[in-house]
Write a protein of this length. Sequence first.
Length: 45
Amino acid sequence: MSRFITAFFALAFALGLAGCNTIEGAGKDVSKAGEKIEDAAKKNK
């Protein structure tokens, strides 16, 4: 199950980066992806 979650977040991260047009947008996308990963890690504790 954790492989699926990891793959899902990796795909979401890649799609998010593909959708950004500026460095600022990329920073926001990376920040949101990090928050989602942290949330998933807290749930799996």
